[in-house]
Design a protein around this ligand. Structure first.
Ligand SMILES: NC(=O)c1ccc[n+]([C@@H]2O[C@H](COP(=O)([O-])OP(=O)(O)OC[C@H]3O[C@@H](n4cnc5c(N)ncnc54)[C@H](OP(=O)(O)O)[C@@H]3O)[C@@H](O)[C@H]2O)c1
Length: 267
């Protein structure tokens, strides 16, 4: 059993079900041990198939899913995780996240966490956590019964949205940060600073971005259906940046948020 979130995971947002199984299978065969999906992505069954097809022992893999924000009341949440559990069909799900906080606190976080604990008792999930929680929302969640078991807060971090205050607040509260959309929706590939640092190390701008996140003790999620990209991204874990590189990447922050749907919290 994997006991803590592996630091480098494969994302599956916007990956259609037909391509998901082979993407998951190839990533696992390359060495990835962490796969991120969500009820909203409509590809949980295909993720489960990729896990089974990979030949990698189930117990060596960490699979995260997320409960959509319209399903956060007690009975609805538990029923939705029964559905995720059946679709994934890989036994107990390693981690379930609250995908977005309940808008305007319509469903109290205490109720949602009680439902997560019930799902854990039923053997549907092993761990739970949150996503897109601001620091005040995370603090509120941690104080609610069962809040001390929250293992991660997953939110957007890229060189263009360093999200420093939320990263620091989350880490100070003892919760692991998981970064999504690390490449700033493709912008990292062409950014001149990242390209220059990449050239210096014989690396790619994507690898430089991932190494920068790992240096901040942040779990990285990167999505790719292309086995060559998957391999190259995975190898970023071997890249070590120096203080000068990190300072240059830190200076790229412009607070540029890509994920900001109408139901997002007040950042
Ligand atoms: N909690 C949330 O609200 C939330 C929101 C958004 C995302 N997420 C999670 O975080 C994951 C990561 O975010 P993301 O999907 O935006 O990931 P990303 O890794 O920043 O971007 C994925 C895109 O980058 C391309 N790509 C990846 N590596 C590449 C490389 N080495 N060279 C060229 N192109 C490359 C992929 O194309 P190819 O397939 O062609 O390689 C794909 O189109 C998601 O998949 C999802 O699991 C969570």
């Amino acid at each position: 059993m994997v006991e803590t979130i592996p630091p480098f995971g494969l994302g599956t947002f916007r990956v259609e079900a037909a391509k998901t199984t082979s993407a998951v299978k190839s990533a696992l065969q390359l060495g990835y041990r962490h796969i991120d999906t969500a009820q909203y992505y409509n590809n949980e069954a295909a993720v489960g198939q990729g896990v089974r097809d990979s030949g990698v022992p189930r117990d060596d893999i960490w699979v995260t899913t997320k409960v959509w924000w319209e399903r956060l009341s007690r009975d609805v949440l538990v029923a939705s995780l029964k559905d995720s559990h059946a679709k994934l069909d890989i036994g107990t799900i390693d981690l379930a996240l609250v995908h977005w906080p309940s808008p305007d606190g319509a469903v109290q976080i205490a109720e949602t966490l009680a439902a997560m604990q019930e799902a854990r008792k039923l053997g549907l999930i092993r761990h739970y956590g949150v996503s897109n929680f601001t620091a005040p929302l995370l603090e509120e969640a941690l104080k609610a019964p069962g809040g001390d078991a929250i293992v991660t807060n997953q939110f957007e971090v890229s060189p263009f949205l360093a999200n420093r205050a939320l990263v620091e607040a989350t880490q100070k509260l003892g919760v692991k940060v998981t970064a999504y959309m690390p490449l700033g929706e493709g912008r990292a590939h062409t950014d001149p600073t990242l390209r220059e640092i990449a050239q210096k190390h014989g690396a790619t701008p994507a690898q430089v971005t991932f190494a920068w996140l790992l240096s901040r003790d942040i779990v990285v999620l990167s999505a790719s259906t292309n086995a060559e990209h998957q391999k190259s991204n995975w190898e970023a874990q071997q890249l070590e940046l120096d203080a000068d590189d990190i300072a240059k990447i830190d200076a790229l922050d412009e607070g540029k948020r890509n994920a900001n749907p109408p139901f997002a919290p007040k950042w």
